[in-house]
Ligand binder design. Sequence first.
Ligand code: SF4
Length: 230
Amino acid sequence: MLIGGFQKLTLLDYPGKIASMVFTQGCLFRCPYCHNPELIFHKENGEYISEEEVLGYLEKKKNFLEGLVITGGEPTLHKGIGDFMRKVKALGLSVKLDTNGVRPDMVAGFIQEGIVDYIAMDLKHVWEKYNTIAKTKKEEDLENVQKTFTLLQTSGIPHEFRTTVLPGFHTEEDFCTMAGYLLPGETYYLQNISYKKTLEKTLDQSKHLDVPKILGVLRERFHGIIIDER
Ligand code: SF4
C-alpha cells in the first residue's frame, strides 16, 4: 500500500468520530476538480509514508482516537489495504473508507469480513454522463462504480454518497436525477467545488451553480433522504 499523506487529526472527515486520516497514492480517474492532484500519479521521488509509521502513531493514540479514515487517491487500488485495515481494527479503532467505487468485489469482501465500519462513495454524475467527470478509459470502471453503489445500498453498511458540484458539467436537474437514485434513509452530501487547487487548471470559474438553491429543491422533493452540504 502506498501512503502519500497522513493527517494525524480530523474532526470533520469521520462523522461523529475523532480520527486520523491516511491518503493513498494513485487513482485511475481524472476528475477535473480533483483537489488532491498530487495523489493521482505515483511519486517520482518514491518517498512514501510507511504503514509502520501510521500504525505506530495509531497505537500510541488509540485511547484518544476513535477511528481512521482511509482516503486517496483511490484506496481500493492497493492490494495491501485489507491487511492494513485488519491491523487498524485490531487496535480497537473504527475504519472509514472513502472510495470512487471501482472495486466492488474488494469492498464486498471488507464488508463481509467486518473490517470496515463506514463507507463514503462519490456519486460523480448521473450515470449517462459519469465519464465526463471520471474520464476513465475503461468502460468496466463505470460498471464497477454502479455495482459498488448498489452494494452499499443493499449491504447494510453505514454509508453516504457525495457529489462535488461542478458548474459547466452538472445542471440543476442532474442533482434531482442523482438524488432519485437514493433510497429512503440514505445520506447525500453536496460539496461545492473549491478552485484553490484542481487537476484541470483551465476550469471556467465564471460558471456558477446555486448550491443552497439546489439543496432546497432536493429537500423539497426527496423527503426520506438526508440531504446536506459538506
Ligand atoms: S477526485 Fe477523482 S481523480 Fe481525484 S482522487 Fe478522487 S476519484 Fe481520483
